[in-house]
Design a protein around this ligand. Sequence first.
Ligand code: WQD
Length: 346
Amino acid sequence: MTKILRYDSMNILVTGGAGFIGSHTAVTLAEAGYNPILIDDFSNAEPSVLDGLKSILGRAVTCYHGDCADRNLLRQIVSDFKISGVIHFAAFKAVGESMSDPLNYYRNNLGTTLALIEVMLEAGVSPFLFSSSCTVYGIPEKMPVTEETPVLPAMSVYGNTKQIGEEILQDTVAAGKKLKVILLRYFNPIGAHPSALIGELPRGVPGNIVPYMTQAAAGLRPPLTVYGNDYNTPDGYGVRDYIHVMDLAEAHVAALKYLLDKPDEPQCEVFNAGTGRGVSVLELIQSFERVTGVKMPYQIGPRRSGDVPMVYADAGKAQRVLGWQANRSLDEALADVWRWQQHLLK
Ligand code: WQD
């Protein structure tokens, strides 16, 4: 039975919409009654994601195949559709790669942001959600990090593109341009849609721990190397705030609704998108083994340069202001991502 979803006339432009967080947000937008309009250059996404979205939603999702730095393409989209808001995910996001290929990262991550702001202002589209990252906090003094925790000099080119992206939007609003902006600082997105029809599709060897774990557990990779267990943390392992990608997707819908309800005047607010819980790598491994019944092959190796010992969110502001909080457990995220990994093996 195809699920027929009622759509308001509200079209929401989702850049990088075929990517990991973008595709899961497209599902949540559609199920909340919006009509997601995707644009993706498929440099880090597979066209098969669109089939997954169609299976989940029971209808095709509009997707423009192109670079969102292309102002003419963006103008075509705002001419084809009345766009009521934009969520900007499109960016290169591999920390290590950003250090060896800085110009490509600055060109892409900043070029797309500038083009998008310019064309949205031309078209009078003001709700603008920007995909930012907890990486802007660097190595924070105090835990948990709040939105008032100082932004520290970036530890990677990738992190710097996020910081500069935030500054571009803050300065545009400060200049009185009619944008209603939320800077959403993600912690560590993990998991997959419970249907296992969409999930993370890392290209090459995964840099992030959870996709590497699932591939190692599936025997596709050598054992996981744990980057150090001699940190000044409760068990010596690195600590992060792992948030289910579906919770993160719902944070975007809550933020969008908040902006749509706000008066049309220039504004820019920051929100952390995390669970508020710190989890160590060892706890992550133990949770994975418990949930899947699969032994995780791993060894302890040296620390990875640039790694933060511990970072997790104070997620209170999003709850107070947006009425959103993460409510899926770590176990649920690991069960969903393992189901996704097994779907990929079929
Ligand atoms: C998590 C923990 C590692 C891999 C990055 C970006 C951040 C955001 C999320 C985009 C750490 C340990 C990892 C491995 C390991 N991306 N680890 N072995 O570095 O916290 O954040 O992804 O927005 O901006 O910086 O994520 O998954 O790489 O690391 O032991 O093979 O796992 O040391 O403690 P990270 P991660």
